[in-house]
Design a binder for this molecule. Sequence first.
Ligand SMILES: Nc1ncnc2c1ncn2[C@@H]1O[C@H](COP(=O)(O)OP(=O)(O)OP(=O)(O)O)[C@@H](O)[C@H]1O
Length: 396
Amino acid sequence: MCGDLLEFATIFIETLLFIMPYIHSLSAAELASNSQKKVIVGMSGGVDSSVSAYILLQQGYQVEGLFMKNWEEDDNDEYCAAAEDLKDAQAVADKLGIELHQINFAAEYWDNVFEYFLEEYKSGRTPNPDIMCNKEIKFKAFLEFAAEELEADYIATGHYVRRREVDGHWQMLRGLDDNKDQSYFLYTLGEQHVGQTLFPIGDIEKPQVREIAQEQGLITHDKKDSTGICFIGERKFTDFLSQYLPAQPGVIETPEGQEIGQHQGLMYHTLGQRKGLMIGGMKEFGDDPWYVVDKDMARNVLIVGQGADHPRLFSKGLVANQLHWVDRVGPTCAIKCSVKTRYRQEDIPCSLTLDSDGSARVIFDQPQKAVTPGQSAVFYLNEVCLGGGIIESYIR
Ligand SMILES: Nc1ncnc2c1ncn2[C@@H]1O[C@H](COP(=O)(O)OP(=O)(O)OP(=O)(O)O)[C@@H](O)[C@H]1O
């Protein structure tokens, strides 16, 4: 009952929201009101934040940019992406005629994101640093700095998500562009963060964002989307990780306990992984590819099974903890909703129950492959991102 009513209200508001951009241009009063508000845009030197800054100017806001450098490269580091990105952010700011501030949160990043990232790998899990980076840096250190030091009324980012206010409460919605929706990475935001943040490109599709950038002569219009670890960038992952965590080689076994190879460290492997196992060509097993189906941390053993449909790859559900709800309360009864256990995954219909110990128990309508502890489970009711948590375990 609780779910049905909520679903009806959600569909109704979504329909309205979908047509709004096409019927609504800003009135003189709205422009005048915006002109009293100062917005600090997180400018990464990429196309999304460049166009975000441009749109906010069109909407009449007082706009300034802030570029963050959060990772100290050492002198002989071959990757010096931050310097290039700063140059691009400055060029866009100059073109738009806005001020660009700079800040270094490398200490906060190290303490609150990177150490967590290493700890998770050490315990055999596969963390998602982007989620922690949003929680601790973009929507904490950055938001506080912008509000307190730069006197911002709002911050803005080039994330593909939308927000709406319902009865005085802010909700976070998926980005309109299904391909780019970034709500998965932002589920730790509470409604107060959503209320303080503008997401100017959340109701635009990526190709259109690039078109706007090109029309406005922004040099970032054809810049490649950022990849790799948040603020660290693209790296050869095993080499990078081994600088911080000692590798512990061990054996690879079949689920039946037969030793069939060696691994260089459990941290380099994730559930469902197929490539990079360096096994195969064993006559008695045939040609089917091998997949990681489990990690035995106590014995430092990587367990692999043969075939994309190996039964050990599938789970009926999961248990998640460290929950965050955008409305800060979460569902008050068991609900039918959908969940993503990885970024860009198709929605999985599921039943969600909150246990008395504060964890979430999720049962999928259909068994799912490679549910990975350490990754996040993010819950949706249609377009609304409800929140999520870290996957503690799978239910087989
Ligand atoms: N170094 C940075 N300084 C300031 N803000 C940043 C920085 N990196 C990312 N952001 C903010 O976070 C948003 C999302 O970042 P993400 O790394 O996902 O990049 P993206 O989707 O490729 O966006 P962009 O095209 O703007 O780089 C950016 O649009 C920007 O607003």
